[in-house]
Write a protein that binds this ligand. Structure first.
Ligand code: BGC
Length: 372
């Protein structure tokens, strides 16, 4: 099978994209341009160009990935992730296209949790629940940035955000760092590193939407998906986990062998109706090198995802309706893109049986390496 590929490694999440034989360009390049201004802070767009000549564009608004271009099997380049041409797009109803999501990715039931008997109340933004850190989450702040360019190494684009104690209701001052590395194998590595001064919770992810035919080029129902997960966490009508783990075998959630996304998405299965399609946390087996593979036959593009996180939210754009338009004025339609949001399970702070995602050790900074 001839394909082209992309690898996403998240805190490691790595996205590896592969394709045809690639002529090497000259040097790795990094270009910075102005992308706007918010509250007196400059928003920039940084282009990373690897020696294959393939570019990734990232802005410090939400530490957001705006553009990832990779070749198809014939060498034709397309951008495969959703993004806007201007900052305005990100300020007007953006459904987290490519952004960093924090402090707590996914839902926290009723926006409440307890630590050591103290109840914390978060900003609510999804019915009665909190989604993706709240309305003022990390997707919507301007991050500081620096380029770490050690001789002989691929440069690291590093973003830092100082999140104050009780921001959106979360305890603890937190320093969040996100590093992006776009290397010559068309691998995008995303590393996270957070420290805090109080017991608190954390679940950080990247919310990129992918369409390997090209962003805005039809739906993703024909994409072949493989997820190395033997279980998933079922949800209620508000997409809050019930606390159970269900074995995927015999359900439309069994992607241990490749299946087209659309093959079973309309099956009468309560969990699919609740998520309006796939919008669920898959419990990763975490015993293989690669945790998910996406392949699109017409282009030959293939993406591999690797993570050290215990779960991944496989969301296939069920809430998109074409009102968001991005690069080249293309509309991002219903099920036009899919997300692989590597994460701890949703609502973990309220779910005793889920892997814990609390950061303890008050006053001694805790290093977030992805799998505490
Ligand atoms: C959630 C969806 C939600 C989307 C928001 C996903 O992570 O699982 O339910 O609609 O984010 O854009």
């Amino acid at each position: 099978m001839k394909h082209s590929g992309l690898l996403l490694i998240v805190t490691f999440i790595a996205l590896l994209f592969s394709a045809c034989n690639i002529e090497k360009e000259s040097d790795y390049k990094m270009i910075k341009e102005n992308f706007g201004e918010i509250d007196g802070k400059e928003v920039v767009l940084i282009t990373l160009k690897n020696t294959n000549g393939n570019t990734v564009k990232i802005t410090n608004y939400g530490a957001t990935v705006v553009w990832i271009e990779v070749p198809d099997r014939l060498g034709n380049i397309e951008n495969v992730t959703f993004g806007y041409e201007t900052l305005d797009g990100y300020l007007n109803g953006d459904p987290y296209f490519g952004s960093i999501v924090g402090r707590y990715a996914n839902r926290i039931a009723k926006g409440k949790f307890e630590i050591d008997g103290v109840e914390y109340n978060l900003a609510i933004n999804n019915g009665v629940n909190t989604l993706h850190g709240g309305p003022g989450g990390w997707h919507s702040v301007v991050w500081d940035y620096e380029v770490i360019d050690k001789k002989g190494d691929i440069p690291v684009l590093k973003f830092t955000y100082n999140s104050p104690d009780m921001e959106e209701g979360y305890p603890g001052n937190m320093i969040a760092e996100v590093e992006y590395i776009w290397n010559d194998k068309n691998e995008l590595h995303i590393n996270y590193n957070c420290s805090t001064d109080k017991k608190t919770v954390l679940n950080i992810t990247n919310h990129a939407y992918f369409n390997l035919k090209g962003a805005g080029n039809g739906d993703i129902l024909d994409h072949e998906m493989q997820i190395m997960a033997s279980k998933f966490t079922p949800v209620d009508q508000d997409l809050i986990p019930t606390g159970d783990n269900i074995v995927v075998e015999g359900t439309p959630f069994d992607f241990r062998e490749p299946h087209k996304v659309g093959e079973r998405i309309e099956e009468e299965y309560e969990q699919l109706i609740l998520g309006k399609g796939y919008d669920h946390n898959f419990v990763l087996d975490n015993d293989k090198e690669v945790d998910a593979i996406v392949y699109e036959e017409t282009s030959g593009r293939l993406m591999e995802m690797m993570t050290d996180q215990p779960g991944v939210q496989f969301y296939c754009g069920n809430f998109l309706d074409g009102t968001q338009t991005g690069h080249g004025s293309r509309a991002y339609n219903y099920r036009g893109g899919l997300c692989l949001e590597t994460q701890h399970y949703p609502d973990s702070p309220n779910q005793a049986n889920f892997p814990s995602w609390s950061l303890a050790n008050p006053l001694s900074p805790v290093r977030f390496i992805g799998s505490l």
